[in-house]
Ligand binder design. Structure first.
Ligand code: ADE
Length: 236
């Protein structure tokens, strides 16, 4: 039996055009409030696309529901992110090599920031093969200089000041971008042994102008991101 590729985005803007591209779309009734989810075919692959809502709890709930309900070959988290690395420009694309919860903090018990003590895990590695495919596809569509592979950090905060951003950089100097769901989806994928990747387009630089930039760039950066996601689906 063909397995499904799960695609999760937090906001309508991040998944609605992908849902519109589905052949034979079929809504799926989820047990939770406000979790729109569709089954269908995208680039001749069976996919499930969900709008999970903002934040790590929503992302984890949605991931686990999808995993329990459908045999999944892979999980893709798509959406926008705030640029942390100075190498990133608005509209650039980030592909996760790994993901960490930047706001998971039990340093008082001797753990590094981001480590989940009971699991003794800090960083959730993305699937190497899917990462490679995503990188190749993204470079082809966007141009190599606009595509970056590395660490994505997630937390339940919209990062919108240089102080907040610097605090994250202090603990995670390698972080490329910050968002609010990826590490939760990565963690769900890890415990369920499902390959995953996060693909994010940079909508702001997580600084004092981030809220305005986010509003201005959200719709502008999604089309290229969707192109990459659609192409990636055909290779998994
Ligand atoms: N998603 C997009 N921009 C973000 C930011 N600055 N902080 C958290 N999540 C984001």
């Amino acid at each position: 039996m063909e397995k499904y590729i799960g695609i999760i985005g937090a906001m309508d803007e991040e998944v609605s055009a992908l849902i519109q591209h589905l052949t034979d779309p079929e809504p799926i009734a989820a047990p939770f409030r406000d979790l729109p989810m569709f089954k269908g075919r995208l680039r001749d692959r069976s996919v499930i696309i969900a709008r999970c809502g903002i934040g790590k709890v929503n992302a984890a709930l949605c991931s686990q529901f999808m995993i329990d309900r459908f045999p999944l070959q892979a999980l893709i988290n798509t959406g926008v992110a705030g640029g942390i690395s100075p190498l990133l420009e608005l509209g650039d694309l980030v592909i996760s090599a790994n993901a960490i919860h930047h706001d998971f903090d039990t340093r008082n018990f001797g753990y590094d920031r981001g480590t989940i003590p009971s699991m003794n895990v800090r960083s959730f590695p993305a699937d190497p093969q899917i990462q490679k495919e995503a990188l190749q596809i993204a470079k082809h569509i966007m141009g190599a200089e606009r595509v970056h592979l590395g660490l994505v950090v997630s937390g339940d905060q919209f990062v919108s000041s240089t102080d907040q951003k610097n605090e994250i950089v202090q603990f995670f100097p390698d972080a490329l971008c910050v968002e609010m769901e990826g590490a939760a989806i990565a963690q769900a994928a890890y415990v369920n042994r499902i390959p995953y990747v996060i693909i994010r387009s940079i909508s702001d630089k997580a600084d004092n102008t981030a809220p305005d930039d986010f509003d201005a760039y959200l719709d502008k950066v999604i089309p290229k991101l969707n192109e990459v996601v659609r192409e990636l689906v055909s290779t998994i």
